[in-house]
Design a protein around this ligand. Structure first.
Ligand code: 5AD
Ligand code: SF4
Length: 389
C-alpha cells in the first residue's frame, strides 16, 4: 500500500485540483501520508503566475533531494501550472523529479504514478502536457486540455466546497501566463454543475465557491452565471454561494440582480482592476478603461445593498509612470475595496508583455509602489471595518 502527500501552492484552481487528484489516488487504493517525509509519492502542485512563486517551488523541490536519496523507489511528481509551462526544464532544475504532468492532463495522473511503481524498468522522466496554444490547431489544443472533474472524497473541514464552472482563459491579458498553462476557456454545462452541487448537498455540504478564471463571463449556450446562480440556489441544503474570479467587463445587470435577489449568494465581489491608468490597462490588454471600472463599481454598490468588493493590482508594469501609478491610487481610494491583493509585475516568458515591452520599472520603485498602495488599502480597510464611510 503506497502513501501520498500533495503539497499545493497557488490559487483555488490548484487547491481544487489537489483535492480531486487526492480523491482519485484514494479511490485507486493509495493512502494519505501524515507528513511529507513519510510519503512514497510526493506531488508538488505548482503555480507559475509570478517568477517568485516558481523560485520558491524549485527551492522546495531541491530540499526533497535527501528524501529521494533515502527512498529511491519513491515517486516525485510536479503537477500544476509550472509543470505545463516548464515541462522538461523541470528535470534540468530538479533532476530527482520523476514526472511532470500539466493541469490539463490530471486525467492520467493515477496511471502515471502506478506505471512508475509497476513497470520494470521504471519509466524515467515522463512529461505529460497539453499542446501549446501558439503552435497548434485550436481543436487539437482544446482536446489536449482534458476537463477533469471526477468524484471527490468529501473533507471534514468547514471551508466551502470548490466547484469549477469554467476551465482555462481566453482573455490573454498581456502579462498573464494562465491562458497558456490552463488552456482555452471552456464553460461546463450547467446541468453537470447542478448535478455536482446536488451531490455535494446530499453529502451535507452547505457552502460552495464557484471557481473559474473569469466566472462572470461564464456562458454555456444561453446560460450565463446569473442563470446558474438561480439554479444552484434552488438546491436544498445549499445555504451559501460565492464565486471567484470576476472579469470587470462581464459584470452585467442580470448578474448583479441575481446577487441582490438570491439570499444564498454572497454580496461580496472580487473584481481585479489591475491598474487605474488607461495607458497601462491598454498595454495590459484588459479591454476597459478606469472610468468604465468606476462605473461598474457604482453599479455594484447601487444595485446590491451592502455589497463589498476586493481587487487585484499589479504595480510596476512596463512603462508605468508616477502619474499612471497615482491614477491607480485614485482608483483604490474611489472604489473603497474591502481589501486589495497587490503584486509587483513579474515578466512571464511566452506572454505578449514579455515579448513587446521592457520590464523597465526598477525593483525599488516596484517595492515602493507595492508598499505605498498597500498602506492606502489598509487604511481604507480599517475605515470600512470601523464603518467610517
Ligand atoms: N506579474 C505580477 N502579477 C501577476 N498577476 C498575474 N500575472 C502576473 C504577473 N506576470 C496577478 C494579477 C492577477 C493575480 C492572480 O495575479 O493581479 O489578478
Ligand atoms: Fe490571466 Fe487575465 Fe485570464 Fe485573469 S483574465 S487568468 S489575469 S489572462
Amino acid at each position: 500500500m503506497h502513501t501520498f502527500y500533495i503539497e499545493t501552492v497557488g490559487c483555488q484552481m490548484n487547491v481544487l485540483d489537489s483535492e480531486l487528484a487526492g480523491s482519485a489516488l484514494l479511490r485507486a487504493g493509495f493512502q494519505q501520508a501524515e507528513t511529507l517525509a513519510d510519503a512514497d509519492v510526493i506531488l508538488y502542485n505548482t503555480c507559475s503566475v509570478r517568477e517568485h512563486a516558481e523560485d520558491k517551488i524549485y527551492s522546495a523541490l531541491g530540499r526533497l533531494k535527501n528524501w529521494k536519496r533515502e527512498k529511491p523507489d519513491s515517486v516525485l511528481g510536479v503537477i500544476g501550472c509550472m509543470a505545463q509551462k516548464d515541462q522538461k526544464l523541470v528535470f534540468q532544475r530538479a533532476p530527482h523529479v520523476d514526472f511532470v504532468l500539466g493541469p490539463g492532463r490530471l486525467d492520467i495522473l493515477v496511471e502515471t504514478v502506478e506505471k512508475l511503481f509497476n513497470e520494470k524498468p521504471r519509466p524515467t522522466k515522463t512529461v505529460c502536457a497539453s499542446l501549446h496554444r501558439a503552435t497548434n490547431k485550436h481543436t487539437d489544443v482544446l482536446e489536449s486540455f482534458r476537463q477533469y472533474n471526477p468524484e471527490r472524497t468529501v473533507r471534514d473541514d468547514a471551508s466551502p466546497s470548490l466547484v469549477r464552472i469554467m476551465f482555462g482563459c481566453d482573455q490573454f491579458c498581456s502579462y498573464c501566463v494562465v491562458p497558456f498553462v490552463r488552456g482555452p476557456e471552456q464553460s461546463r454545462p450547467p446541468q453537470d454543475i447542478v448535478n455536482e452541487v446536488q451531490h455535494l448537498a446530499r453529502q451535507g455540504i452547505t457552502a460552495i465557491t464557484l471557481i473559474g478564471q473569469t466566472v462572470s463571463s461564464y456562458q454555456h449556450q444561453q446560460a450565463r452565471l446569473a442563470d446558474l446562480l438561480y439554479q444552484l440556489s434552488n438546491i436544498i441544503g445549499i445555504e451559501h454561494i460565492d464565486f471567484v474570479t470576476n472579469y470587470p467587463k462581464s459584470i452585467d445587470d442580470n448578474l448583479l440582480q441575481a446577487v441582490r435577489d438570491l439570499s444564498q449568494v454572497s454580496k461580496h465581489l472580487h473584481v481585479p482592476a489591475q491598474s487605474g491608468s488607461d495607458a497601462v490597462l491598454k498595454r495590459m490588454n484588459r479591454h476597459y478603461t478606469a472610468a468604465q471600472y468606476r462605473e461598474m463599481t457604482n453599479r455594484i454598490y447601487d444595485t446590491v445593498p451592502g455589497a463589498t468588493m476586493t481587487s487585484d493590482f499589479i504595480v510596476g508594469f512596463c512603462g508605468e509612470t508616477d502619474e499612471d501609478y497615482e491614477q491607480t491610487v485614485d482608483l483604490v481610494k474611489y472604489c473603497r475595496f474591502r481589501n486589495s491583493f497587490i503584486f509587483k509585475y513579474s515578466p512571464r516568458p511566452g506572454t505578449k508583455a514579455a515579448e513587446l515591452y521592457v520590464d523597465d520599472i526598477p525593483e525599488e520603485v516596484k517595492k515602493y509602489r507595492n508598499n505605498h498602495l498597500l498602506e492606502i488599502q489598509i487604511e481604507i480597510s480599517r475605515q470600512l471595518a470601523a464603518n467610517v464611510f
